[in-house]
Design a protein around this ligand. Sequence first.
Ligand code: NAP
Ligand code: 12T
Length: 340
Amino acid sequence: MKKKSYNVAVAGATGVVGKEMLRVLDERKFPVGEIRLLASERSAGERLAFRGKEEVVRLLEKETFEGMDIGLFSPGGKVSAKYAPVAAKAGCVVVDNTSHFRMDPDVPLVVPEVNAGAIAGYKKKNIISNPNCSTIQMVVALKPLHDNFKIKRVVVSTYQSVSGAGREAMDELSEQVRNIFNMKDPPVEVLPHQIAFNCLPQVDSFLEDGYTREEAKMANETKKIFNDDSIKVTATTVRVPVFVGHSESINVETEKGFNLDEVREVLKNAPGIEVVDNPGDKSYPTALDCAERDEVFVGRIRRDDTVENGLNLWVVSDNLRKGAALNAVQIAEILIKEYL
Ligand code: NAP
Ligand code: 12T
């Protein structure tokens, strides 16, 4: 017998991703029985509203997952590493937003529009990973192109908002702007340099080879999600002084030839995509327009005639929604429909 409702634990509920999870669960009428909001001792005891009711935030501990069916996790990589397996063992299927389990071969890495079928593999560990925000919006846009024209190589540069780095980074941008207008020194504590009126070619930390972890995630996760190691991806990830919404300039080379009308058609018909591309009308996606929206927006569609079968795209999405909370809740919806 199917359950009528499911008990949902939100780990990291007070964070920017966790709060978005609560909004998305409510908006999409997810059949929530009990909701359990979890955070650190810093916020335990605080109240957050869910479906018009005040809920008390509890301390995330080993025992807090008893009786829970689904865990939506965004408490940071270290906390997920420790507690996702605890929740999973207690029978709570975890959808984890951190990078910790993404490349684990026994954990599916899922974007429903691309590889919903992979969810079946959750049974090995009772954990499913949500990909990185920058990867999610890119693979949604690439999926119809890969299906129709087979992608050989991708060169991507990102323009990532500060909300990707959490609540403290958003506060830091606000405070820097305020201080600068008041002739005071801007605080630099969360992001690696001043972000106000600046662009930083660093998201996450550096690896030995000169790439950042964010850049490596985009390449590795894309291969895993498409289940295709032949797709070459090279990325430059950049933090920009935007609060919400990641933008990406994506250059694609395909195996098969295409004409631009076909490209527009397959993008328009693909799930989760909205094409906004009318240059005559100054019409293209921007982060401000895409914030609080669910779709992945694609514009500036044009041929790159410096290579055979080259294409340029501008892809924008709300990193807290499709890039995090919405994708996680979509996974949970498939879980309850097909498996729980
Ligand atoms: P945030 O705004 O800084 O929030 C962090 C949340 O984690 C808060 O609820 C915080 O609770 C909680 N937390 C921190 N340490 C904890 C602990 N020891 N025990 C329990 N809870 C703890 O950050 P965020 O932007 O929401 O992101 C959090 C995580 O999600 C990060 O790991 C990040 O990698 C991941 N993320 C993924 C994507 C994606 O690409 N899919 C996008 C953004 C973020 P307190 O209020 O108690 O501090
Ligand atoms: N460092 O989930 O800082 O892997 O924007 C997401 C966002 C890691 C992740 C960021 C990050 C992740 C950021």
